[in-house]
Design a protein. Structure first.
Length: 306
């Protein structure tokens, strides 16, 4: 069956509204079709691949990176972060049937928590999940079968209608402010999660993980200028007690996984203690869409949470 959000999607080739099909005689599978005739069939895992045209400059996560992320998140280590993201979008989800878009959904764990939180208050919710990695979408489609799980490039025009969603979440993923502003309703919220200086510092050097740029907040604010106003920046610190396998998965599941060799990483972590205490330091940024495109984005004082 097609997700409820299918009627909010646009064809990536012609930008026309999809005329969805749940199958029938001679057409057993779900498909997205537009009036011009472009058609996208659902993969057997339940997602749709909407990549068209020229290739992306963004490197998709590999199957092994996605597997590491799935195993780590299944351990519940970042569950408080997922709950904080869900709480941050809640003020925008007051309608009868709210719509949430998760850009860079990965394995779908953060969206799952958000959907469960919404469904505790509403009888229905529609969701759209985007990622460049088909390996991630295979996991996400199983995690969130009610969502429209789409392989697409966030740097390109999103396959979503104007003013169609109430909230956009972006957890450690690329951001396209202009497109997020376009698809958000006027009172919608954009929630962006970024790491803070000191994030995973206890294991960063040993694992070869990438460092956190000192001007990351300023660059985020600058990139959002002209589209969003930052309403709140909340800090969340989590003390994690990790096994050697957890540490390896944590290192390999992120951006460093694109250049780390898994076998070398395993060797580098040989002799690691049975339990390693690590601090994860996040910033949860809640943006409101600017009604006046000429407004200036400001950066309020953050609210620490431990």
């Amino acid at each position: 069956m097609l997700p409820d959000a299918a009627n909010l999607l646009l064809c990536p080739s012609c930008r026309g509204r999809f005329l969805s099909s749940d199958g029938g005689p001679g057409n057993p599978g779900a498909a997205l079709r537009c009036p011009v005739g472009h058609s996208f069939d659902a993969a057997k895992q339940g997602y749709f691949n909407l990549l068209v045209g020229r290739g992306t400059v963004f490197e998709a996560d590999s199957a092994s990176m996605v597997a590491a992320r799935f195993e780590f998140l299944e351990g519940g280590h970042y569950r408080p972060l997922a709950e904080a993201v869900a709480a941050s979008v809640a003020p925008a989800l007051a309608g009868d049937k709210p719509v949430v878009l998760d850009a860079g959904t990965g394995t779908g764990h953060y969206l799952r928590c958000t959907l469960d939180t919404i469904l505790a208050r509403h009888s229905a919710v529609a969701a759209i999940a985007l990622d460049i990695s088909k390996f991630a979408l295979r996991r996400a489609a199983r995690m969130n079968p009610e969502a429209a799980n789409l392989v697409c490039d966030v740097w390109q025009p999103l396959p979503v209608a104007d003013a169609a969603v109430d909230a956009v979440t972006v957890v450690f993923a690329p951001r396209n402010p202009a497109e997020f502003a376009r698809v958000l309703r006027p009172a919608g919220l954009l929630v962006v999660v970024t790491p803070r200086p000191g994030h995973l510092a206890e294991i960063a050097a040993r694992t070869g993980m990438l460092g956190i740029e000192p001007d990351k907040d300023e660059r985020l604010a600058e990139s959002m200028g002209g589209h969003f106003h930052l309403n709140l920046a909340r800090d969340l610190d989590l003390q994690l007690s990790l096994s050697p396998t957890d540490v390896e998965n944590l290192a390999y599941m992120g951006p460093a996984g694109h250049h780390l060799n898994r076998a070398s990483l395993t060797g580098r972590l040989a002799g690691l203690a049975a339990v390693t205490d690590v601090w994860a330091r996040f910033r949860i940024n809640v943006f409101e869409r600017l009604q006046d495109p000429g407004s200036v984005t400001t950066w309020p004082r953050s609210v620490p949470t431990h």
